[in-house]
Design a protein around this ligand. Sequence first.
Ligand SMILES: C[S@@+](CC[C@H](N)C(=O)[O-])C[C@H]1O[C@@H](n2cnc3c(N)ncnc32)[C@H](O)[C@@H]1O
Ligand SMILES: [Zn+2]
Length: 269
Amino acid sequence: MEKTDWQQQLVCPECKAGLEKQEEGVFCLSCKQLYPVTNNIPVFSESVGLSSFFDQNTKKHGNSPLVYVNAASPFAKIASTHNFRLRKKAFEKIFNFTDKTILDIGCGTGNATDFLFGENHVYGLDISMEMLKLASSKGCRAVFSSLSRPLPFCDNYFDVIFCLGVIPYFSKEQLVPIFEELNRVVKKHGSVFLGSPSQGLIRRIPFLRKRKNKKIRSIYNQTEILPLFKGVALEKIYDLFFPFPFIREHKEPVDFSLGSNWIAELRKK
Ligand SMILES: C[S@@+](CC[C@H](N)C(=O)[O-])C[C@H]1O[C@@H](n2cnc3c(N)ncnc32)[C@H](O)[C@@H]1O
Ligand SMILES: [Zn+2]
């Protein structure tokens, strides 16, 4: 096992005690639980249903945004490649962080935040080992864990948290404890950027609706999700108008956004 110092900064998700690196993995000094380390990635949970879907897609598509697309029709291929390119450009403008401790929840291959890896300490959490291997090769501190478990980080640890494109996989009831965990690990006055595909215009077109990814539980709008997130103040909402390179910023959540994705900036009080 390659020895990496950052793994020592993780804590036991169950009892929050410190972890010690050993030959077989990382070991909880308090409850004596041993978490294996595979491909230099600590493993804190079992695989979930989606793990093999994303593993297989990653073996096929690698770093391409097609790893997230369920049925890669010619239309989906062009649209998603274009959308990801535009989103990256928008992100590079909005998120110019340096020297921050950052958590990317549901980081996938790291495609959303990899431009931050070099200048910051970026941790990425996901349930696909294949995706995490790619993220790790780009400099991400990759951690295998499902969001249905407590996070392996101590309180008030992160300056910035990204949670992008992940909430559609969960019901509202499941999201409440997840948001509590995000609130726990973000620093006071730190930011959580919570993003989701929206029920905007593009997804109301019946032709596109039919192609909806069956693995996704729900596409949420802002007004139903943001009130579930307690202990934070809403700073700003970015609406991303794909397929056009246009971002609208606003303060109040809306039921019907014209964009295809929204990202809310939430600041811990
Ligand atoms: C649509 S992708 C979004 C990837 C990236 N955040 C982005 O915006 O490009 C959703 C990601 O959430 C991850 N995910 C799904 N269920 C999860 C769970 N229970 N725990 C952690 N991650 C999960 C998937 O493996 C996948 O990488
Ligand atoms: Zn423990």
